[in-house]
Design a binder for this molecule. Sequence first.
Ligand SMILES: Nc1ncnc2c1ncn2[C@@H]1O[C@H](COP(=O)(O)OP(=O)(O)OP(=O)(O)O)[C@@H](O)[C@H]1O
Ligand SMILES: [Mg+2]
Length: 252
Amino acid sequence: MDPIILSTQNLNFYYGSFQALYNISINIPEHHIVALIGPSGCGKSTLLKVFNRMSDLVSGNRVEGHVFFKNQDIFAAQTDIMSLRKRIGMVFQQPNPFPLSVRENIEYGPKVHGETNKERLEQIVHESLQSVMLWDRLKDSLKKRATELLPDEQQRICIARLLAVDPEILLMDEPCSSLDPIAIVGIEDLMQKLKEKYTIVIVTHNMQQAARVSDLAGFMLLGKLIEYGATAQIFAAPQDKRTEDYVSGHYG
Ligand SMILES: Nc1ncnc2c1ncn2[C@@H]1O[C@H](COP(=O)(O)OP(=O)(O)OP(=O)(O)O)[C@@H](O)[C@H]1O
Ligand SMILES: [Mg+2]
């Protein structure tokens, strides 16, 4: 058994009086790719945002239960949110690099966290771009504005920006939904490479993508985690009728 890096126990989440997550208990093992699937509005993004406390940014939110990152309860009073979000980074649907140069995008996080050594920053830029397979393409144009790159290059910059602060978990909320099919294959290949070093939780609407990229899949419906298990099993032999209906395309 691989060690569990992230888990929830009886997690409930409320936006004001609206309950968005019901009693979620999930274990996410290290160096795996976990896909969260389910129809629109079922709480996938909410769960992802709870994982690094981005959910704190919504006023009136309330959490019950526990979320453990390596046995540390992330909602405990002593949790440092800055360092939590450094270790558990997030990529969004629309690539959102800063309107700065490629280099400045990558250096941003390390600088915020106090890195001032020029050589070290050079090295981080090099390694991070290499990890997302952009170094050869961009090494001579580090001054180019990241927002002027191709969409998939921008998404890779967003991933590289996270890698620059040495995270452990990457949360990806429909990271391919604005990309063309060829770019999607590229990002999926990249994910396979990244899982050697990181743990990835991806939300996707695309069943084929979930089946292709993930090791484990969780099916959510109306705020509940209906079924969670090996991806092959979820798709080929779901235990719950609702999962079966969903993966066979009956709704959502
Ligand atoms: N900031 C918010 N305030 C109030 N309700 C919210 C907020 N964000 C989401 N919700 C509600 O919480 C529920 C879960 O939303 P969430 O965005 O997590 O779903 P999702 O599974 O990611 O959907 P989609 O596939 O459309 O992205 C929905 O009913 C949504 O309307
Ligand atoms: Mg969502």
